[in-house]
Write a protein of this length. Structure first.
Length: 360
């Protein structure tokens, strides 16, 4: 009996999947999967545990978390994700890096291990679309981006699948990030324009904040001159003490978190009392008619990231990998041969166990 292999979806496999399905279709599929898992799946089908992790304080502030979820009868997923804002300048690595694991529900076998850095960026943009479709005007045409890193690119590409964007105004305190954004976004010429922060806030129908501001150093916008019906996707608040929006703006808006308890601990909702927080995203999706009036007022989607979103993404990539014949198999687990024999995977000449002689 041979070991059951684990499928590895490394960077080359992910690139092959995207090339096969197309970037636009990938975003559409991600948006559809996230909508389905949050709108229709019940705890008897899917659930997630509270995420946990380590706050890293030396030599720089960082975070390492694990995010578990389960689709009962099928998949247990775990994402290990690191947040290290010094990465781009110190290591030439993304601020957020992660790995996704999918385990077989019945046996516990590690079915798939894959890059989670790209999948996390895509699913975070897709989640903003899921929320924006309910909370923003459907004809929103001006997108404001505060912060011009990786997340800004995927927020733009995801939202462009759902809204008729005619102008994209961007702002970043780092001149090189702002100047290079248009090239990295690969968007039609003339649509993207760097602008002063006040103009970005004033003109945006939809505003996304995704910065690496340190805990206690926010807010990153003023928020006093925004349109009365503007919708904000607050993406960057992802650890205790880190917030991007002014408290006054939050209290003057309907704030809808992805998960209330998590947002109270790590999101913009840290600045609010429970009674000041609006309905979470799953409630919006499950009864959209009830919340249709929210399009007429200023709203905030407090996006802290959900393990269920990661579950949906790893399952999606497993399916797409099968279609594209992408990835490779490795025998990772010591499970070959006799399930009762811990040495069955070893060559016979490697097993030379000699017990110590009893001293008389």
């Amino acid at each position: 009996m041979k070991s059951v292999p684990t499928r590895v979806l490394d960077v080359d496999a992910v690139a092959a999947i995207v090339a096969d399905v197309g970037l636009e279709t990938l975003y559409d599929l991600a948006i559809e999967r996230l909508t389905t898992v949050l709108a229709t799946e019940t705890p008897s089908h899917v659930e997630m545990k509270e995420r946990d992790g380590f706050t890293l304080t030396w030599p720089q502030l960082g975070l390492l978390e694990w995010m578990p979820a389960v689709r009962h009868g099928t998949t247990v997923s775990v994402k290990l994700v690191g947040y290290n804002p010094h990465n781009p300048t110190k290591f030439q690595l993304p601020t957020i890096m992660s790995t996704l694991y999918a385990f077989d529900y019945e046996s516990g076998h590690l079915r798939t291990i894959m890059d989670g850095t790209f999948a996390t960026a895509v699913r975070t943009g897709a989640a903003s679309v899921v929320a924006s479709r309910i909370l923003a005007h459907s004809d929103s045409s001006v997108l404001g981006l505060v912060g011009c890193g990786v997340q800004a690119v995927t927020q733009l590409h995801a939202l462009a699948r759902a809204f008729p964007l005619a102008e994209v105004l961007v702002h970043d305190p780092l001149p090189h990030a702002e100047a290079s954004f248009a090239a990295r976004a690969r968007f039609p010429s003339g649509v993207i324009r760097a602008a002063p922060l006040a103009e970005v806030e004033r003109q945006a129908d939809i505003l996304c904040t995704m910065t690496s501001v340190m805990p206690g150093q926010g807010p990153v916008i003023d928020g006093t001159a925004m349109k009365p019906f503007a919708h904000i996707n607050a993406v960057g608040s992802d650890m205790p003490g880190k917030t991007e929006l002014p408290q006054s703006l939050l209290r003057d808006s309907v704030v809808c978190p992805d998960k209330t308890e998590q947002a109270l601990a790590e999101g913009e909702c840290q600045q609010l009392d429970l009674a000041e927080i609006g309905p979470p995203l799953p409630n919006l999706l499950q009864d959209p008619g009830r919340y249709a009036s929210l399009k007429k007022v200023r709203t905030v989607y407090d996006s802290t990231g959900l393990a269920l979103q990661d579950l949906a993404m790893v399952e999606l990539f497993e399916e797409l990998a099968g279609q594209a014949r992408a990835g490779h198999d490795i025998n990772l687990e010591a499970s070959a041969g006799d399930p009762y024999d811990p040495y069955s995977f070893l060559p016979s000449d490697a097993v030379r166990f000699i017990p110590a002689l009893r001293q008389v």
